[in-house]
Design a protein around this ligand. Structure first.
Ligand code: NAD
Length: 425
């Protein structure tokens, strides 16, 4: 039996930027990527770190640190979410920015990749502090964001209200309203119909495509969802609506399970009332690892990165994993799951529904012409179906797993754009 990793080695293995680079290097070999282009794609184009004060409600000021990283803009303006989390750091933001570049290329929308983060616990801040923090961070990064350069969106710990404050702050500086500077805004100020559920809907749509390959439907399929936030909550609701049985869900505080299928609309109401899935009447209380290890057809990790690792991958009892979160599975876990025959639909395809409808929102804002929810969802379904088909075809052609195939599709498109534009000057 191998010796357990030292804490430092274990931390390195979990470093998301190391993982993102490892994934890129793997396909660079398969694609026989030009060495110069490979070097360009390994590094973020631009990184901004800001330290700024916020006046606290209880008196005094507190310093906060924030980041905005633009990985690549060869295919269009940088695009990516904004995360408020106490443990975010520059390497996490770099990895998330790189994953955004590949994701936008996989669904073939004209954006590059970016990500932002502020080291804070949004739940520990008052509403006034959260608003001031958002407005000051926006001002600090306004040097590099804009509707033509870099367009933020919600991610872990942020939501439509925070996007509204970001849009308002940017607009106040510009002297006029600039809705297209941010996506994931409320519909009342230029947000898109369908954006709130878009990532969860994308997860369900690619799962449906994978089932179709086997001649099956989602009806009576069993699903477990780890993380019951924007992505996981919507995915659970939409799986339930399509006749699937959601048998276990978790959030940061714990899990609940019911082998007969949870009543998801009632669970959503419980979460709205109490703030957590924990204590849902009639369901069994289970641990976070119980939910990950639930026997089911489909497991949707939808919390943070590093949920499925070399340490727990062999305990996974799902037939299929659909990555709602970014980077939930480490390369060590990928290898174990492949050996076990688990079909894994990777994050840069599975959760691309969010950025796709963000792209639709940006287009609608620029044109000042808005679409119905049915139009948005139909266009999203077309994009996800096409992207799934292209990734599936690449997997068959190169005889590789779906993560490698998605990287082949995404990285090849970004490399082509980089080479076609040429190296300036
Ligand atoms: P969120 O903050 O709305 O929800 C996160 C959820 O995960 C919460 O329910 C939280 O309690 C739970 N959680 C945290 N740690 C957990 C743990 N150890 N075990 C189980 N649950 C845990 O965030 P979100 O926007 O839903 O994002 C979730 C993931 O999806 C992130 O990786 C994010 O980058 C990715 N993502 C989000 C979007 C989007 O549109 N919001 C788009 C693409 C990808």
């Amino acid at each position: 039996m191998p010796a357990p990793p030292t804490p430092r080695r274990a931390a390195e293995e979990m470093n998301p930027y190391r993982i993102a680079l490892q994934q890129l290097d793997h396909v660079a070999g398969i694609l026989k990527l030009d060495e110069g282009v490979h070097g360009i794609l390994r590094m973020p184009k631009r990184e901004l770190t800001v330290h700024f004060p916020v006046s606290m409600t209880s008196g005094g000021t507190q310093m906060f640190t924030g980041y905005r990283v633009q990985h690549n803009t060869s295919r269009g303006p940088a695009k990516g979410g904004l995360r408020f989390h106490p443990e975010t750091d520059i390497d996490e933001v770099r990895a998330l920015a790189m994953w955004m570049t590949w994701k936008c290329a996989v669904v073939n929308i004209p954006f590059g990749g970016a990500k932002g983060g502020v080291v804070c616990d949004p739940k520990a801040l008052t509403r006034a502090e959260l608003e001031d923090l958002t407005r000051r961070y926006t001002t600090e990064i306004s040097l590099i964001i804009g509707p033509d350069s870099d367009i933020p969106a919600p991610d872990v710990g942020t939501n439509g209200q925070i996007m509204a404050w970001l849009m308002d702050t940017y607009s106040m500086h510009a002297g006029h309203t600039v809705p297209a500077v941010v996506t994931g805004k409320p519909v009342a100020i230029g947000g898109s119909e369908g954006r709130v559920d878009a990532t969860g809907l994308g997860v369900v749509l690619v799962t449906e495509q994978a089932f179709r390959q086997e001649g099956k439907s989602l009806d009576s399929t069993t699903v477990a969802v780890c993380g019951f936030g924007n992505v996981g909550g919507a995915a659970a609701r939409l799986f339930h609506k399509r006749g699937a049985k959601v048998v276990a869900v978790s959030d940061v505080r714990g899990g609940v399970a019911d082998a007969g299928g949870l009543d998801i609309p009632a669970l959503v109401a419980h979460v709205q009332r109490t703030g957590s899935v924990v204590g849902f009447p009639g369901a069994d209380a289970v641990s976070l690892s119980d939910v990950l290890e639930t026997p089911c057809d489909v497991l949707v990790p939808a919390a943070l990165q590093g949920q499925i690792t070399g340490a727990n991958a062999d305990k996974i009892r799902a037939r299929m994993i659909v990555e709602g979160a970014n980077g939930p599975t480490t390369p060590e876990a990928d290898a174990v799951l492949k050996d076990k025959g688990v079909l894994l639909i990777p994050d840069i395809l599975a959760n691309a529904g969010g950025v796709t409808v963000s792209y639709f929102e940006w287009v609608q804002d620029i044109q000042s012409f808005f679409w119905s929810e049915a139009q948005v969802n139909a266009r999203l379904a077309r994009v996800m179906k096409r992207a799934f088909g292209e990734v599936w075809a690449a997997a068959e052609m190169h005889r590789v797993d779906l993560r490698t195939a998605a990287y082949i599709v995404g990285v090849a498109r970004v490399a082509e754009a980089t080479l076609t534009r040429g190296i300036y000057p």
